[in-house]
Design a protein around this ligand. Structure first.
Ligand SMILES: Cc1cn([C@H]2C[C@H](O)[C@@H](COP(=O)(O)OP(=O)(O)O[C@H]3O[C@H](C)C(=O)[C@H](O)[C@H]3O)O2)c(=O)[nH]c1=O
Length: 181
């Protein structure tokens, strides 16, 4: 397993070793002993899976404390541009984001710590799978509108398919009025 750190503390990409042979391929998508040895001792308590047709954008979502979720995200089929935004008010990188091109053929993953806004756009019909460090709590759900002017995220797409719920998400300044952007 290769680990690629990013400019944002705690936000990393993980590239597993893929074993290929004439039948196809095999890789470990999660191994607690290995993750602990890599400094990733978190406990995952819920697995999620979604299917998105090409052009769908889900996010930016997060859950407020005490239901904040760390997420180990990957694509089972297809390809997505995954976006993680640092929304930890005390973080020196608050408002900064990283993108990850997650591709089923690469089998690459990202670990997104608690306190981050998360979203992705499907670059092909894609099955998205992720492990969470906390359970779903609807009342704790929050998020930022995908095209927030301060975040100015380059999603690589102009007219994504966005849910009615996500269209109503607030801006960064509305959600964090006391944090200097
Ligand atoms: C997240 C979640 C949703 N649901 C139900 C609630 C809705 O009736 C239905 C669809 O939920 P939603 O439209 O919020 O699904 P996504 O837009 O894929 O949300 C996810 O998208 C972004 C990318 C994330 O990182 C979050 O994990 C999550 O917010 O599933 C559940 O029953 N359990 C859950 O954990």
């Amino acid at each position: 397993m290769q680990v690629r750190e990013t400019a944002i503390s705690g936000l990393i990409e993980l590239i597993p070793r893929v074993f290929e042979d004439e039948r196809g391929h095999f890789f470990e998508s999660y191994n607690k002993t290995l993750f602990t040895s890599l400094g990733l001792p978190m406990e995952f308590v819920q697995d999620n899976q979604s299917f998105s047709v090409k052009g769908v954008l889900r996010g930016l979502h997060m859950q407020n404390a005490p239901f904040a979720q760390g997420k180990l995200v990957r694509v089972i089929t297809g390809q997505v541009l995954d976006v993680a935004v640092d929304l930890r008010p005390d973080s020196p990188t608050f408002g900064q984001y990283e993108t990850f091109l997650l591709d089923a053929k690469l089998a690459n993953m990202a670990y997104i710590p608690e306190g981050f806004g998360h979203g992705f756009v499907a670059l092909a019909d894609s099955v998205f799978s992720y492990k969470c460090t906390n359970v779903y709590n609807k009342a704790a759900e929050s998020g930022i509108i995908w095209n927030d002017p301060d975040l100015n995220i380059d999603w690589g797409i102009t007219n994504p398919i966005v849910s009615e719920k996500d269209i109503e998400l607030k801006t960064l300044r509305e959600v964090f009025p006391d944090v200097v952007v």
